[in-house]
Design a protein around this ligand. Structure first.
Ligand code: HEC
Length: 140
């Protein structure tokens, strides 16, 4: 994950100048669902960092699992097909999302166990998934 981010960062300026990211064509309803989920993600990341800084490992772990971890998968399952983002994502993009959920659960487990050093080591993987997807794909 770290190596991937470094490569993405090196390519970033060039890619963004011309926006060379491939388009993931999601239906408008799926974009809307995703936007809502993403704002929740942003809030969750901020809250997790705040809890970690305050030494509240257990709470940080719990929040990571429920908001970003594997427990947070399938949020859109009950919606009509055109409102489910995952169903329309290219396979490689969807995989980044899955990896992100897994990374959040790994962090959550470490935090819940009280292993601060391991939790801090795994923490960048949380934002790593956000960066990996956003630098690899566009939806408009
Ligand atoms: C699998 C890909 C993927 C991952 C992983 C991902 N995002 Fe996103 N994100 C998107 C896409 C696609 C959009 C644009 C949605 C749209 O069409 O409006 C987006 C949009 C956003 C937005 C803008 C919302 C708005 O106001 O329009 C924020 C903020 C955001 N993401 C935060 C995050 C954070 C924080 C994480 C990590 C915890 C994350 N994202 C992980 C794909 C992803």
């Amino acid at each position: 994950m770290k190596a991937l981010i470094l490569i993405l960062a090196l390519l970033a300026n060039q890619a963004l100048a011309a926006d060379a990211r491939p388009l993931a064509p999601l239906p408008p309803a799926a974009q809307e669902s995703l936007r809502e989920e993403m704002l929740g993600n942003l809030l969750a990341i901020n809250e997790i960092l705040t809890l970690m800084a305050a030494g509240k490992l257990k709470e940080a772990g719990q929040l990571a699992e429920t908001s970003l971890g594997q427990s947070a998968m399938g949020k859109h399952r009950g919606k009509p097909l055109d409102a489910r983002p995952g169903a329309h994502m290219p396979q490689a993009m969807h995989q980044i999302g899955m990896d992100g959920h897994r990374a959040a659960s790994e962090f959550a487990k470490a935090a819940a166990s009280g292993d601060r050093e391991l939790a801090v080591t795994l923490l960048p993987n949380l934002t790593g998934a956000c960066v990996a997807c956003h630098y690899s794909w566009r939806t408009r």
